[in-house]
Design a protein around this ligand. Structure first.
Ligand code: ADP
Length: 320
């Protein structure tokens, strides 16, 4: 039988990572190109785990845009939902950890192609065939991408897809962090699965407590599953009927980039085939253990995409 499709919607960009760490951006002798963008990482995470995966978004009609599309394709992701903007260029990020321990960021986004996806450019046929529609990009809050996003969500939902959201606020980078909550509300309230990190939970609730009460204050009527990821402490889960936590795996962590994307990709791979897992706590815990294993493995290698695991790698870690 044909596999069930997971569509990831949003941004894809290139992170330029200095070849030497502990220097400022201006002092970096050179940069390595690391493809990323959370929804694109999720799309590749799903494909690497053997799932059927498509990416929907816009890239620049330039060297970087075509490079990113080939990376998705080489990794087994369906690319029929990608548009290329002839005017604007692909988003770029320069990120470095300076000697004083502070992160320094510089973005090419004025605006970049990902922010310019228009509703009429969407590949509706592809979106309608999704069983799970996953989203979560900084670019979705600006027009015209915002309208495209709302339309894609509606089309996917009407066609019966489960809506999954990871806000990826990248605090404190969110363009206007003080009203991020309002900016994401129309998107947030439609999601049926939501994954937030502990840092995002603090920010969204305005409380420094990472407890059940603060997590439940984020609950809304359409939600079926809320996940709070806690890095090396695993994750907490909340449904209408039960809640609990699942421990992380102990690994030799060197770079946590992409751990959250790996986690949600793994979870979606399991629930795309059987949504009843969400209502069955023992099975949900098994799936979250698998997702924790995938997240953990992603922290053991540099970068996001090269570190995303296969099913065999995840099972090996689980068996110990
Ligand atoms: P995000 O990348 O969104 O901030 P987390 O860092 O919480 O998300 O990571 C997502 C998941 O990956 C965690 O729930 C956990 O299972 C796993 N993970 C992350 N960091 C570690 C770590 N240092 N050791 C083991 N597992 C980790």
């Amino acid at each position: 039988a044909d596999k069930n499709l997971i569509v990831s919607f949003g941004e894809m960009l290139i992170d330029f990572v200095p070849t030497v760490s502990g220097v400022s951006l201006a002092e970096a002798p050179g940069f390595l190109k690391a493809p990323g963008g959370a929804p694109a990482n999720v799309a590749i995470a799903v494909a690497r785990l053997g799932g059927k995966s498509a990416f929907v978004g816009k890239l620049g009609d330039d060297e970087f845009g075509h490079m990113l599309a080939s990376i998705l394709k080489e990794n087994g992701v369906i690319v029929d939902g990608i548009n290329f903007d002839e005017g604007a260029r692909t988003a770029l990020a320069f990120v470095t950890l300076r000697a004083d321990g502070d992160r320094e960021f510089m973005f090419y986004r004025n605006p970049s192609a990902d922010m310019l996806l228009k509703p009429e450019e969407l590949n509706l046929e592809l979106i309608r065939s999704a069983k799970v529609f996953h989203y979560g990009s900084i670019s979705l809050i600006v027009e015209p991408c915002r309208s495209a996003h709302l339309k894609a969500m509606e089309v996917a939902k009407d066609a019966g897809a489960l809506l999954s959201y990871d806000p990826n606020l990248r605090l404190p980078l969110w363009p206007s962090a003080e009203n991020a909550r309002e900016q994401i509300m129309s998107i947030w309230e439609k999601a049926e699965v939501i994954k937030v990190s502990d840092v995002e939970l603090e920010f969204l609730t305005g409380s420094t407590k990472i407890d059940d009460e603060s997590a439940m204050s984020l609950w809304h009527p359409n939600l079926k599953l809320l996940l709070v990821t806690l890095g090396e402490n695993g994750c907490n889960y909340y449904t209408k009927h039960f809640h609990g936590s699942v421990d992380a795996f102990h690994v030799n962590t060197i770079d946590t980039t992409g751990a959250g994307d790996s986690f949600i990709g793994a979870l979606l791979c399991k629930i795309v085939d059987d949504q009843s897992i969400i209502e069955d706590e023992p099975r949900l815990r098994e799936v979250l253990k698998f997702a924790n294993a995938c997240g953990a493995i992603t922290t053991t290698k540099k970068g996001a995409i090269p570190a995303l695991p296969t099913v065999d790698e995840a099972l090996k870690l689980i068996k110990g």
